[in-house]
Design a binder for this molecule. Sequence first.
Ligand code: FES
Length: 203
Amino acid sequence: MSKKNNETQPEKNSGTAGRTAGETSKLQKQDTGKRRDFLKIAVGSGIGVCAVGAPICAAARLVTAPVFAESAAGKFYTVAALDTLSETPQKFFITDDKEDAWMKMPNQKIGSLFLRKSGDEVQAFHSLCPHAGCMIQSGVKKNPKTGSEEPLFYCPCHAAHFGLDGKRLDGVSPRDMDTLETKVENGKVLVKFQNFAFGTAKK
Ligand code: FES
């Protein structure tokens, strides 16, 4: 049998029978090198997945957390001085620290609301439309019920209109604007901010 046949046979059998000591040593070095290369690729791939996956997952949490995680209970935030409010709605942003599995971000906007005063009553409305969550606006619009131009709330996505008391005037929203609980302490208006489900008749 030729030397060439002796060299190829052990590779087919994946064993060491028939190899010289030098050949075995050479093959062992090759195997060790292959294992080292495999480990490098595996570790590198793992780091790559973490590096790419973490921000995606973190972003997903950031998008969904305010809507779903905080809807359960809500929390009171100091929003405005009582004497700065009037019948004209004013929009305010709620800020709080955000935290997920990877990072903590202080002082982030987590939502917004409208505040207005009607007589002695302070009214707070969530700024997201109950239909599908678009941002409700306030301004002078044609009242679909009376035909007159007047201050209203309206949703530009599907042309829904709400009165300044948050009641539906027309459109596809399944309920009135979502009211938020308020209280006044030391001249400051505090609002219990929480999120609600979209597209349902009951908030
Ligand atoms: S999201 Fe407001 S009317 Fe559709």
